[in-house]
Design a protein around this ligand. Sequence first.
Ligand SMILES: Cc1cc2nc3c(=O)[nH]c(=O)nc-3n(C[C@H](O)[C@H](O)[C@H](O)COP(=O)(O)OP(=O)(O)OC[C@H]3O[C@@H](n4cnc5c(N)ncnc54)[C@H](O)[C@@H]3O)c2cc1C
Length: 425
Amino acid sequence: MEPIDIGIIGCGTAGAAAALFLSRAGHRVTVYERVPDPGPVGAGIMLQPTGQAVLARLGLREAVLARCSPITGMSCRTDRGRKLFALRYDDVPGDHLGYGLHRGLLFEHLFRAVREASLSLRLGVAVEDLAPTADGRGQWFVTPEGERLGPHTLCIVADGARSHLRDDTTIKKRVRAYPWGALWFVGDDPDDRYHGELYQVVQGTKRMIGLLPTGKGPGAATGEKISLFYSLRADHLDAWRAAGLDAWKREVAALVPRAEPVLDQIRSADQVLFARYHDVSMYPWSTDRVVYLGDAGHAMSPQLGQGANLALWDAMELEMALSAHDSLSEALDAYSRARRPHLGFYQFATRWLTPFFQSDLTPLGWMRDLGFPIATSIPFLRRLMVRSMCGLALGTGLGAPLALPAPAPQLGARGLESGAPHAQS
Ligand SMILES: Cc1cc2nc3c(=O)[nH]c(=O)nc-3n(C[C@H](O)[C@H](O)[C@H](O)COP(=O)(O)OP(=O)(O)OC[C@H]3O[C@@H](n4cnc5c(N)ncnc54)[C@H](O)[C@@H]3O)c2cc1C
């Protein structure tokens, strides 16, 4: 496609990555970000092989990984010490590894690259509405003050899980806030004692506590970080605050004794963030001139640790679709069709799995404690689970997984010129 004028709403993971891919492909890109001075906020997230491959194509992989913590697998035990599963990345072919990192680290690298890219970045500009131009060939971006910005030929909505712009789309959609979320704390791990594994402990379906090695984080600090998460119903947050930190710390330490050095660093409830989860499904992810990327189009519970990875992949796939088609509407159709198997699987899997780990449905906990050890001992199911953890699953069978793009990125001035996706072994 010839270069077009593109407006992107939101400079989070999806918006920033899309801005980089599309400006490098020669399109005229303007990014609108509501926050005037965005900073590296958040807690621990997982960077899966899919997200790593996208960062490689952006030329950011090595710099990001240098400050991440390599993760060889994830394990989960019950409060009574029974192993539910221990999945390792090397259980599937491909030399895969996960990485734990601070969300702010990913943001820092993407944002720096956006600042250095040939594009226009408008900070402190919230886009509240879209209005088609009189000739129907573009969209005005409307601010809360009624100012019209643009117009842009293509509008990319990447304004996150709570997207307001999504509310007005005619695309059939379902948006739901989970009753559950999680408390997050990022602490120091000076002895790197949590190295190598995402470790989780569950008690029924109402308690899930995890320790995720989080690397060195954004900035220049040299010590390792560790993220502690604790699942909590959103409507229990006030009661949690009222009960005081000490009782909670005692409870967590009793369930996960190895968390004690992390708990010792928490002196105030203000050090702990609460994140609520959303579940968004829509299809297709585009109309003729508007496309929804990242959490705006498919927010899901973080049960499988895929949110940022899916957002990165969206951005890469959109650029590929625009490169491969001369007509914008054909390109957007192709984008939605290309994303459907991948996103469809992860939406199905997280929706299905989440109540077994975070819900008020106690019998699901019993089923989980009985079923998971059996399921993970069956090679077919184990491989499917590890493939899902890697971000590579396209369905519940063991057909070909998602094809990662070639490891050596060659981003030319007009786009992704070499390295067509290749099939995995
Ligand atoms: C502050 C914050 C902290 C997070 N912390 C974690 C975490 O610790 N662990 C985790 O797994 N996930 C976290 N997430 C979610 C995770 O980053 C996303 O799942 C993933 O990165 C998908 O990215 P996204 O670009 O779709 O959305 P986001 O990363 O949410 O980015 C959306 C961007 O759009 C901007 N925006 C919103 N509305 C408008 C508007 N009207 N006009 C212009 N700009 C707008 C927002 O300011 C934001 O920069 C966090 C998200 C945010 C915003």
